[in-house]
Ligand binder design. Structure first.
Ligand code: ATP
Ligand code: MG
Length: 481
């Protein structure tokens, strides 16, 4: 283990360590500073005060009243400057977490690796982070176990407190390092983020390779913000990603699951996906899906994935809910299907058993990269299992299937499969008609189905044959159990 090096020190080659009371400007002496502190007045940045968050403002004012430095920071300022709606408002302060905790009745300290304060206002939570810096910067931090890095440079603990400027320089991208000062409504910029927003570039603060080694998740964040803001990733920031992408294997799968949702539920999932493929990131998070895309066999693997992502983007634009279970069920459908095909070829077993085995294997593999919680993996299995049941519609089965809690999601996956080019004989159209039909029409749809269903045992007396419905209710033989 080596201790965290000083963050500002990594950014600029510095001669002497920064001491308390000495400004960064003084410490850097004659060395070239790529940027200094730039204050952008309200008249210039033009952020509408009414778009700020009342509760976040309350937190900042309370901290200021108590004599601490405090700012709105990060994604919210970036989003306000780019005309987007901020997802949440974060606060950065000079007050230590325990100190800030005492100021807010409804607040809770969280995190070990990165200690934070959550201040609750009804359903809204404002995250308050203390300015961070490198371990060796402040004598107050010496002797403790506040900051830690692994041999490979990965940050294991990041609780070394510092100044506003140090806090700015330890953030990931320049566009994420802007502070809003409520005392005079200016924006404070140490990393040239304001200009990068104007130029539409995602630029890493400091040395990109070193910063990715500290936290490989920053590679995913680069593509997420580039997709969301429609910015370019600046060449030096993009360059190391391809080679360093495998470092994501060192990240806890639970954290990567959360990141996967941020990536694909951002409203820009299709763009995120293309950037992830371009930068060798998709296969790190979804090795099985990436392999299926490379070797799709007869399945429209990438088409289905793209359709699922476009669907998700559309739903988010319409402010409809999107469920991680559906997203993952679509993402892993063909890997599961291909494994199921193999199992059916190798062993004689009923399709449902093959599906269960394949599902176990595929989900079992996936959770090693992104830890899908059980509350999502159970519905994924159900959505898959329903793909085998949807072709079987005899008697009152169709009505019963519609009552299944996962019916809607399973029907959506069926639609996606057929729309992506899988030949299911118009099964999704049948289900569309069936759901839209009144009870008389349902009877008729079902009668046609009865004829199309393969019979388990030959019946003694055959009924007179009826014409097949146009909607095509042929079932896919592979899907029968
Ligand atoms: P959004 O909330 O829209 O996803 P955000 O930029 O606010 O984007 P958060 O994860 O909420 O992202 O983080 C808040 C801020 O904390 C970021 O803007 C950035 O300044 C800093 N930050 C977050 N994660 C990292 C990281 N892995 N490395 C360095 N700085 C980070
Ligand atoms: Mg945020």
């Amino acid at each position: 283990m080596k201790f965290l090096s000083n963050i500002a020190g990594r950014f600029f080659k510095r001669k002497a360590p920064l001491t308390d009371g000495q400004s960064a400007d003084q410490a850097f002496g004659g060395e070239t500073r790529p940027h200094g502190k730039v204050v952008i007045p309200e008249a210039e940045h033009g952020i509408d005060r009414r778009r700020l968050d009342e509760n976040a403002n309350k937190v900042v004012y309370r901290l200021l009243d108590d004599g601490h430095e405090a700012y709105l920071v990060g994604g919210c300022i970036r989003d306000l400057l780019t005309g987007q709606r901020p997802k949440d408002f974060d606060v950065a302060t000079g007050a230590h977490p325990e100190m800030a905790h005492e100021l807010f009745r409804r607040s809770r300290l969280i995190g070990r690796r990165f200690k934070l304060l959550h201040v609750r206002f009804g359903r809204e939570v404002i995250e308050v982070a203390t300015f961070r810096a490198g371990h060796d910067t402040h004598p107050a931090n010496e002797g403790g176990d506040h900051g830690r890095q692994s041999e490979s440079g990965l940050i294991l603990r990041d609780n070394v407190y510092g100044t506003l400027e140090e806090d700015a320089l330890r953030r990931d991208f320049t566009v994420n390092a802007l502070y809003y000062d409520l005392a005079n409504h200016s924006v404070v910029d140490f990393a040239n983020g304001y200009q990068d927003i104007k130029d539409k570039v995602i630029r890493m603060i400091g040395d990109p390779e070193e910063r990715y080694r500290e936290d490989p998740v920053r590679m995913l964040r680069a593509v997420r913000f580039a997709a969301k803001l429609e910015f370019d990733i600046e060449p030096a920031t993009a360059a190391p990603i391809d080679e360093l992408a495998p470092l994501l294997r060192d990240i806890a799968p639970a954290r990567l699951f959360d990141e996967s949702l941020k990536l694909f539920q951002s409203g820009h999932a299709e763009r995120v996906y293309r950037l992830m493929q371009q930068h060798n990131l998709f296969g790190q998070l979804f090795p099985q899906a990436a392999a299926s895309i490379r070797n799709p066999g007869n399945y429209p693997v990438e088409e289905l994935l793209l359709n699922a992502l476009r669907n998700t983007d559309r739903r988010i634009r319409q402010r409809k809910s999107v469920t991680p279970a559906f997203l993952y069920a679509a993402l892993l459908w063909y890997p599961m299907q291909q494994r199921m095909d193999q199992l059916l070829k190798q062993n004689r077993m009923p399709p449902l058993q093959a599906l269960h085995e394949a599902a176990n294997e595929v989900i079992g593999q996936q959770v090693r990269s992104t830890a899908i919680p059980r509350r999502f993996s159970t519905p994924i299995r159900e959505i898959w299992e329903l793909q085998l049941r949807l072709p079987r519609r005899q008697g009152n089965r169709a009505e019963r299937l519609m009552e299944h809690p996962r019916f809607r999601a399973a029907y959506d996956l069926l639609l996606l499969r057929e729309n992506s080019g899988e030949d299911l004989g118009g099964l999704s159209q049948w289900w569309t008609d069936f759901q839209n039909a009144n009870s008389v029409d349902r009877d008729s749809l079902q009668q046609h189905t009865d004829d199309d269903e393969p019979k388990r045992k030959p019946r003694r007396r055959r009924r007179p044959s009826r014409k097949r419905s146009n909607s095509g209710s042929q079932s896919n033989p592979e899907q029968q159990d």
